[in-house]
Design a protein around this ligand. Sequence first.
Ligand code: SF4
Length: 601
Amino acid sequence: MKTLLLFPPQWTPLNPHFSVASLIGQLRKNNYEIIIRDLNIEYYNKILTKEYLQESLDKAFKMKDKLFQSLKTEYTDEKVEADYSEEFKRNLVKYTKIKEFQANKAYEIEDLPGIIEEAVSIMKCKERFYEPQYLIKALNDLDKALEIISLPYHPSQVEFHNYSDPMFKLTYESIKQYCTDKSLNMFYEYFEEVLPSLLEENADLIAISINSSTQIVPGLTLAMLLKKHSNAHISIGGNFFSRLVDSLVERPEFFKLFCNSLVVEEGEKPIVELAKYVEGKIPIEQVPNLLYLKDDKVKINEKTAPLKLNEMHCQDLDGFPLDLYLTPDIVLSIQSSRGCYWQKCSFCDHYFGQNVNTKDINILINEMKTVQEKYGISHFEFIDESISPAYLKMMSSKIIQEGLEVNWFNNARLETEFSKDLLQLASQAGLKMALWGLETGSERIMKLINKGIDFHKRLDILKDSYDAGIWNFAFIFFGFPTETHEEALMTIDMLCNNTDIVNCYGKSIFTLGKHTRLQDEPEKYGITEIMASQDEFSPSYTFKTSTGLDERGISQVANLCTERCNVAYGSPLWMYIRYREIFFLYVCKYGAKEVNECRVG
Ligand code: SF4
């Protein structure tokens, strides 16, 4: 009984993904043979080469004339925009993009293919990665290379941290179209190339992990090709589809095209039972959390209580190509808790489908030690929704007591229990960066969010944290229902007036998640109407509010935030090295104060 576990593009190519490493641990603990292929990192290493860039340029420039001919055939003076086909519109934006690129991007066309492999080697180099002038140039060159790679598929765009297409919709029809039409799908040819090596494994069970919307088209294309060419049981897991069970139940054709089954919510227990089913040891009805097709209908098996963290095997990186990740130092995801101990923020559904439980501190420390000894990894990202002050204290004390030399970062709520002493203890134990939910500068909005923290003490905690040598990363967002322009400005002012302690920030736009508290009591938040999204696989709803910023207003304040912060922060290094894993590594190397003071140019 052999399992092939696949992690498809697109995901930021910096580190192995936790979901896969954790599943491997469970399967190996149960003595199953397992092969891992991180096709995401293999893909980036394949495309960021001279040959691939040259091929992409040739392909794009060759298709330009063909596109022009086809546009000419459909174009007439009498037609208005609505009369043209989707294909015409797509071809028009693609043609325009390629034409402009050819006219304006001499560096990309002439020089970049020859030096892209140098950029990749800088990303992996223990010396040059940590020299900003090399790293910034490498990151910029990678962006430009990915623009070239995307040209023949424009407006599809693969980036370092994203894959998107403004014409793609989260509907079954659109997903099917993108997965089956090679001209829309920049991953198709790559999968055709790697397919023989996957089939050669002769796996009985092939599990594909889809955790983000950026993995949908590539992940499902891969699933579709495997379903067509392999006799293995093809199963999809990961947390993206867990939120969409209601939509999946209505779509038996999804299962006919893409997979034999789909695992929802926490997968560690179901994957082992699924392996038993594939082996013929149990009937499919006994595999918990499973969706599959029976008599042309989608059947859902009963859910099971997930494994407790203490029952899980340590994550297993054997088989991951650790030298392929675009970093000199792997930052490994790790968990000390699942779910969120607070669970009350009205906008949040991060904890959906997760039972709250924490890992015994000794098990956690052993896991960190094992990973350090076995793979030489000393940098960790805690992917817990939020680490509590009590756990942080226990963990920090234990790390110091054990003499473990590690660095890490984690999410946390700005609770007053994160005292000066605790933050100093944590810093001493290796906490180099904290991701805080600062959210908003408006006290009214903060109350509606129900974060459960003292609004007026948040900045004091950030100051104590920075004084302790911890880099403060703040999450903020715009567009909470009924938020006014003035309230959004308060958030911008809060950032601009505190650049010394809010070391960097990540901003987002509010979306109404399908499993949030907010959508349970919409009237309490000024929401007058919730509309089912036309995109059946969208994890959020559209909505109307009685007052507050509209879509345009939200977009304007978000842009204003960028403009004003660019001035207030004054070209800081973090804006150029962009990715939080990267500035975490810089903080580990140089310290929070030095990185905070570093300006570019
Ligand atoms: S936003 Fe964070 S603290 Fe609030 S409920 Fe969600 S996970 Fe918990």
